[in-house]
Design a protein around this ligand. Structure first.
Ligand SMILES: Cc1cc2nc3c(=O)[nH]c(=O)nc-3n(C[C@H](O)[C@H](O)[C@H](O)COP(=O)(O)OP(=O)(O)OC[C@H]3O[C@@H](n4cnc5c(N)ncnc54)[C@H](O)[C@@H]3O)c2cc1C
Length: 492
């Protein structure tokens, strides 16, 4: 009987280093590293051309790295069970290796079909834990210890060589091949090399002022780690990031120059956020329904019948009449990235000011984010929409956010050219306060050159507070909150 071919199924783990399935497969026989561009995933409402740009860049690099080891990455278009059928016909006995994926409902159902296919065809399928997520998990007791244990494991070296398989690796599909529109966004560079360069530059150069700079979109752009894109596509593992961070921290031990204290604070804050990454992913892993349903389902009825398409269109276009909101949306549309606070503010504006149902706008928001990670995205969108029942209701004032985090309006003028002639720092955050003569003088007549405000923030604030708290304080909701806390709450 011929030797089984070991398929390493790449999904959101596009790297060769610290890749346990690849290393395990390589030890056992011929290896076929495989990426499948699945129409069901690519055609989903949360997928966009910019995601494919980043995946494609990563695949090109990955193919080169694997070729150096002896077997280039094989890429095909199709649904995974069909691809497995074809490979089995062609190659005979198979064994399948992959990382566990905490994806959307489509990949969750697909993974179940693949497991069933493997059972039906007697193909062994081994899945390794990924990104600090534990599967399965009854509750959160001991979660942090499990995360630490996963992170403490040694990193897996890439195999020295792969025993090749006689198969055409196929072209790496272009956007057109997948019926995706061209991508015009100015995105971060993807791929394994860029992941490590980005991390090193953060840990040794860019990150010193992390804590001071994280809230302003002006400074966060360089002072934040920018590692999210790489974690999302797995061009670096969480373990690699944690090890590099802790090495850097150890190097600072005993150093007492002025900067060292600031660096230590920055590294500790970064460390916490890496925990959050997995903590949030664990929520979706434990309750896949939260992609489509509020943590407490009673909250779904809150906004369900009140969706205002006009407000939604203005929010999506970055034409709400609130300069900071519009600047942030236009920045995200162009670059695929925004810092946490501004993502939260945009979401709050959609959910509270425009009273839009998160279930409708979350996929659009996901398509914009280069680092879209379902396990972080849906819980965050729900937190910023007030539908978890357990988190503080945080309604951002868009004018205050602008004044606090872009005091002289530099960010606003960069992204909202209609306001470039408005030199006055106060007016650029609230152009409607300029008298008509000033509006004409600055070339920004509100209602002509730049939109009128689409909502009254103060009225929207009170409306949202009243509606959310009226529901939150009902006795039957109190009991449901306890359950959400029990299942998803941090034990720290
Ligand atoms: C509505 C909304 C949607 C979001 N959607 C996503 C998403 O799809 N993908 C995504 O990676 N992040 C998401 N975030 C979280 C956060 O905004 C980004 O992780 C961060 O801005 C990425 O930039 P960075 O890598 O420079 O982050 P840094 O500030 O340098 O943080 C380091 C890493 O910690 C993790 N992290 C940071 N903040 C959070 C957080 N609040 N929750 C969980 N993990 C965190 C990320 O892995 C991040 O890369 C969302 C936030 C909000 C408010």
């Amino acid at each position: 009987m011929s030797e089984a071919v070991h398929i390493v199924w790449y999904k959101r783990d596009l790297r060769v280093r610290d890749h346990r399935p690849l290393a395990e497969a390589a030890r056992r026989g011929p290896v076929l590293p495989l990426y499948v561009a699945e129409p069901s995933v690519i055609g989903a409402p949360d997928f966009s051309a910019r995601h494919w740009t980043l995946i494609r860049q990563s695949l090109v690099e990955l193919r080169g790295r694997l070729a150096e080891l002896g077997q280039p990455l094989v890429v095909c278009i199709g649904e995974m069970p069909d691809v497995l059928d074809a490979l089995r016909d062609r190659l005979g006995a198979l064994q399948l290796w992959a990382h566990e994926e905490t994806g959307n409902g489509i990949t969750f159902a697909r993974d179940k079909r693949v497991r069933r296919w493997c059972r039906d065809h007697g193909v062994p399928f081994a899945e390794a834990p990924h990104m600090g997520v534990t599967r399965p998990l009854a509750d959160r007791d001991g979660w942090a210890d499990r995360w630490e244990a996963q992170m403490a494991e040694p990193r897996t070296d890439p195999p020295e060589a792969l025993t090749p398989v006689d198969i055409d690796p196929g072209p790496i599909p272009t956007h057109a091949d997948l019926d995706l529109p061209p991508c015009t966004a100015a995105l971060q560079q993807a791929g394994e090399a860029a992941a490590h360069d980005t991390l090193q530059s953060f840990l040794y150069r860019r990150g010193r002022r992390y804590q001071q700079d994280i809230s302003s979109p002006l400074t966060a752009e360089t002072s934040c780690s920018r590692i999210s894109v790489h974690l999302a596509y797995g061009t670096i593992s969480m373990r690699q990031v944690v090890h590099a961070l802790r090495t850097r921290r150890d190097e600072l031990d005993g150093v007492d120059h002025e900067d060292a204290g600031q660096w230590r604070q920055a590294l500790n804050a970064f460390d916490s956020r890496l925990h959050w990454h997995s903590h949030f992913m664990q929520k979706l892993e434990d309750a896949p329904r939260i992609e489509h349903e509020s943590f407490i389902p009673d909250f779904d009825a809150l906004r369900e019948d009140e969706f205002d398409e006009t407000l939604y269109a203005a929010w999506k276009a970055g034409c709400t009449g609130f300069p900071m909101v519009d600047a942030c949306m236009r920045c995200l549309r162009t670059t695929g990235w925004l810092n946490f606070r501004m993502r939260a503010m945009l979401c709050s504006f959609a959910a509270y000011d425009c009273w839009l149902d998160w279930r409708r706008f979350a996929p659009f928001y996901a398509r914009l984010m280069a680092d879209y990670e379902p396990g972080i995205h849906y819980p965050q969108v729900q937190m910023q929409s007030g539908t978890t029942g357990i988190n503080a209701v945080r309604i951002y004032n868009p004018v205050k956010q602008g004044k606090d985090h872009d005091p002289d309006g530099t960010f606003i003028r960069r992204w909202v050219p209609e306001l470039r002639g408005v030199d006055n720092a106060a007016s650029v955050h609230a152009p409607w306060t300029m008298p008509p003569i000033e509006q004409h003088a600055t070339g920004c007549v509100v209602g002509e050159d730049y939109p009128e405000r689409i909502v009254d923030h103060n009225a929207a604030y009170h409306h949202a507070q009243d509606r959310i708290w009226a529901l939150r304080t009902q006795p039957e909701i109190e009991a449901k909150k306890e359950k959400v806390l029990e299942k998803h709450g941090s034990r720290r």
